[in-house]
Ligand binder design. Structure first.
Ligand SMILES: Nc1ncnc2c1ncn2[C@@H]1O[C@H](COP(=O)(O)OP(=O)(O)OP(=O)(O)O)[C@@H](O)[C@H]1O
Ligand SMILES: [Mg+2]
Length: 297
């Protein structure tokens, strides 16, 4: 056992106790189960290129409908950007992909949402296990008040994947482009890092458990231009291994880093979805053109 392992004290962390489905706002995986994927539920399984597929997805908060009949497929190992004015349902859609909306009492989901061919709203899907495969990174970096090392090791320890833990932590920090800045201070509190470093740490924490998909809700909007540019470079690199879905209000960012873009407009409607270049250079809908050229929103 390394010093880092010995100094960890997960027993004091309520979110780390046991293997129950403790709601965890970070979306970190909390159990070591895998969801069963039988591939029989969806014809979209063919070729396995579409890792997520929504069909007529509607989401309500009480009586208010936040998303309307969303049908779209998100391709594997690409960056898909979701853009649109405030309140159009981007975060709601992101949260519906790993069932984070389950944690909101008034939220109700209708329709189908497939992850690798399995409808994640089927009764037999464990949302906690699902979140192990579909990780999430939020707008404001939310490292745990623990050391840098313990943040990255968090999900691995919960899953009892502690063999070669030091190596796994190092790999995750390298993949998140943070290793060079923190390798000599892994025992330091994560809260002492800069905002940009904290966000890369949260990305390291999300990828340490080797998910298939990483959802990012405006991951750079609280950061300065240099930190933003690091996160953007990182996202492009991550897409070589993971499927990345990112919400952003920054059009240039969407244009720069994404392969596909989904444009949501007020009322929770998905108005256009396609290759990023076509959306930005030659959108089909006037409303989309107006939005991306800044005429409203
Ligand atoms: N927890 C909630 N309870 C009730 N209504 C909610 C909740 N979260 C979102 N909504 C409503 O659902 C709609 C979509 O909200 P959502 O947060 O998904 O939008 P968004 O596109 O992410 O906006 P922003 O760009 O401001 O983050 C809005 O009308 C919002 O008021
Ligand atoms: Mg949002």
């Amino acid at each position: 056992m390394t010093q880092n392992e010995m100094t960890s004290d997960d027993s004091t962390d309520p979110a780390a106790v046991g293997t129950t489905a403790t709601p965890d706002p970070s979306g970190e995986p909390l159990v070591d189960q895998s969801i069963e994927v039988d591939g029989t539920d969806s014809s979209a399984q063919a070729g396995r290129e579409q890792v997520i597929e929504a069909r007529d997805l509607n989401v309500f908060y009480g009586d208010v409908q936040a998303l309307q009949d969303i049908t779209m497929s998100i391709p594997e190992n690409q960056v898909t950007a979701m853009i649109g004015p405030s309140g159009c349902g981007k975060s709601t859609f992101l949260r519906s992909i790993n069932r984070m909306n389950d944690l909101i009492d008034t939220a109700r989901v209708d329709g189908e949402l497939y992850f690798e061919g399995k409808n994640i709203y089927d009764d037999d899907v464990d949302p906690v296990a699902l979140r192990r495969r579909i990780g999430m990174v939020f707008q404001h970096p939310n490292p745990f008040p623990k050391s840098i090392y313990d943040n990255v090791a968090y999900g691995l320890r919960i899953q009892d994947e502690t063999e070669n833990l030091d190596q796994k932590v190092e790999t995750a920090l390298k993949r998140a482009a943070l290793w060079d800045e923190v390798e000599d201070q892994l025992d330091k509190s994560a809260l002492d890092l800069s905002g940009g470093q904290q966000q890369r740490l949260c990305i390291a924490r999300a990828i340490a458990v080797d998910p298939d998909v990483i959802l990012m809700d405006e991951p750079a909007s609280a950061l300065d231009p240099i930190a933003t540019s690091k996160i953007e470079d990182l996202i492009e690199e991550l897409a070589e291994e993971f499927t990345v879905v990112i919400v952003t209000h920054n059009m240039q960012q969407a244009a720069r880093i994404s392969d596909k873009t989904a444009v949501f407009l007020t009322g929770g409607e998905l108005v256009e979805f396609g290759d990023t270049q076509s959306i930005f250079e030659n959108p089909e809908h006037q409303r989309v053109e107006d939005y991306i050229t800044g005429k409203f929103g």
